[in-house]
Design a protein around this ligand. Structure first.
Ligand SMILES: [Zn+2]
Ligand SMILES: [Zn+2]
Length: 395
């Protein structure tokens, strides 16, 4: 075992204790009052860190290293989800309807571990390490946007990194890729206005359900017939609500959905393509519509050289057997807000295993992590903090 592996192994119980405390006391985005107070109290016990509160429920720890170097930002998200936990652990959520079902309890424990390691040897750290415990990743417009726009968190930051645990990868595996990694999750809300009437006399009505059904199927033509196959686009209608009973044609139908893209040019083109279909179908059948198209987080595009550095770090830290080239995912992440201001890359650490029964998908009421993944996360982020601030990093 290397010295750092030993140090991280020595942190094992502490990492698990942090994660379990957070898991028992989840809070949703913008309401992480106890969570942020807990994080702040833990950080206050680590010498050499300057701890502040950039927003009401986020916490920033800054470590000024003992050697010249660059400034790196490490990010962990701290919020939970409005999900009722179905696990029976002794450390299961104590709050009905709220649960850490995405692994942010693990991210927080990992970054606390990194803060502890760095604070023990500040003289070995080049440059400056900023560690942001970010609120509200799960709720748009997101905590990252607030921190980037309304605080000076990013001023002087040379490079940014962070990780997400991933239950679909084996525990301890590290995955990273250059370029497009996660999608922009935009949202549509559509009301189709027809003319209601008796179910027996559809000819006297404009049936918004029949029109809506055509809209749903025709929207897939945008994906398959107006966009090149290699340009990723997902359109999913995820809500379709209309009507009251079997013999009444309603006036309106309400639809919601998500539109996911990587490519900024396609993202810009998608609203027109989608509205053209909605307009055409509605007009063809005598209906009208209201469309609200809301942009979500930006696509998460990793900076090539940072991704390459993280890969090199992973090969050193976890080894080639535990490294994977990441596949892009159509999920979204507000980590992309930091990448607007500085180069950086986001990566995954696997948290799935049969022993821990932790292969459930994220946002599932049975979600959990294999706690062995916490150590891999600490080793990766700790090494990233030292290397990305040091003389080997390329800019
Ligand atoms: Zn999530
Ligand atoms: Zn998440």
């Amino acid at each position: 075992m290397t010295a750092i592996q030993e140090k991280v192994a020595g942190l094992r119980e502490q990492l698990v204790a942090w994660r379990r405390h957070l898991h028992m006391h989840p809070e949703v985005g913008f309401h992480e009052y106890e969570t942020s107070a807990y994080i702040e109290a833990e950080l206050q016990q680590m010498p050499g860190l300057t701890v502040t509160r950039p927003t009401a429920t986020s916490v920033l720890a800054v470590l000024k290293g003992g050697q010249p170097g660059r400034t790196v930002l490490l990010r962990a998200d701290i919020d939970a989800l409005p999900i009722h936990e179905e696990n029976n652990f002794e450390f299961a959520s104590t709050r009905p309807g709220v649960m850490h079902a995405c692994g942010h309890d693990g991210h927080t424990a990992i970054l606390l571990g990194v803060a502890k390691l760095l604070s023990e040897h500040p003289q070995d750290v080049p440059g400056e390490v900023r560690m942001i415990f970010q609120h509200a990743e799960e709720i748009g417009p997101g905590g990252a946007e607030e921190l980037v726009m309304n605080t000076d968190l990013m001023s002087g930051v040379d490079v940014v990194t962070g990780l997400h645990l991933n239950s679909q990868l084996p525990a301890g595996v590290v995955a990273v890729k250059p370029g497009a990694f996660m999608a922009a999750p935009d949202m549509i809300e559509l009301t189709i206005r027809g003319k209601g009437g008796h179910g027996a006399h559809p000819e006297e009505t404009v049936d918004p359900i029949a029109v809506g059904a055509q809209v749903v199927t025709n929207l897939q033509h945008v994906v398959s017939r107006h966009v090149a196959a290699q340009d990723a686009l997902v359109v999913s209608i995820t809500r379709f609500a209309s009507g009251t009973t079997h013999n009444v044609i309603p006036d309106t139908a309400e639809l919601m959905g998500t539109v996911r893209t990587f490519d900024p040019a396609l993202r810009e083109r998608a609203p027109q393509l989608i509205e053209r279909v909605i307009k055409g179908v509605c007009e063809a059948h005598g209906a009208t519509y209201d469309l609200r198209y809301e942009l979500g987080y930006r696509p998460l595009i990793n900076t090539d050289w940072v991704a390459a550095q993280l890969k090199a770090i992973a090969l050193d830290v976890v080894g080639a057997e535990q490294f994977r080239e990441a596949r892009p995912t159509m999920g979204g992440e507000d980590f992309s807000a930091y990448l607007e201001k500085a180069p950086g890359a986001y990566f995954n650490v696997g948290s799935g295993s049969d022993e821990a029964d932790s292969r459930w998908p994220h946002h599932h009421p049975r979600f959990t992590i294999d706690e062995a993944s916490l150590e891999a996360g600490v080793r990766m982020l700790h090494a990233a903090a030292l290397r990305l601030t040091g003389p080997d990093a390329q800019l």
